[in-house]
Design a protein around this ligand. Structure first.
Ligand code: FES
Length: 90
């Protein structure tokens, strides 16, 4: 299974995740602090903006509108990478 680099814009440290690992889990493992609460895609505490890369979700409709997804917002607690990813705080 391929692994992807997960980076927070402006930070040197980066995490690694395969396509079954959430961005939040990858950041945590790398020691990068990120706000989180529900961990199931509903509360939006973790909201981020995707600056680079692509993500997927196991649930059909995470707590984001279609417009937000088009604008590049993602929920790292449940978003899983499909490519190397760079995010910034939403
Ligand atoms: S922590 Fe609640 S949506 Fe991510």
């Amino acid at each position: 299974m391929p692994t992807f680099r997960i980076r927070v814009d402006g930070q040197v440290t980066e995490g690694e995740a395969d396509s079954e690992t959430s961005l939040f889990a990858a950041l945590s493992r790398a020691g990068i602090a990120w706000p989180v609460s529900c961990r199931n895609g509903t509360c939006r505490t973790c909201i981020a903006r995707l600056l680079q890369g692509r993500v997927r979700y196991d649930i059909a409709w995470p707590g984001l509108s279609a417009e937000e997804k088009e604008e590049g917002y993602c929920l790292p607690c449940i978003a899983r990478p499909l490519a190397d990813v760079v995010i910034t705080r939403g």
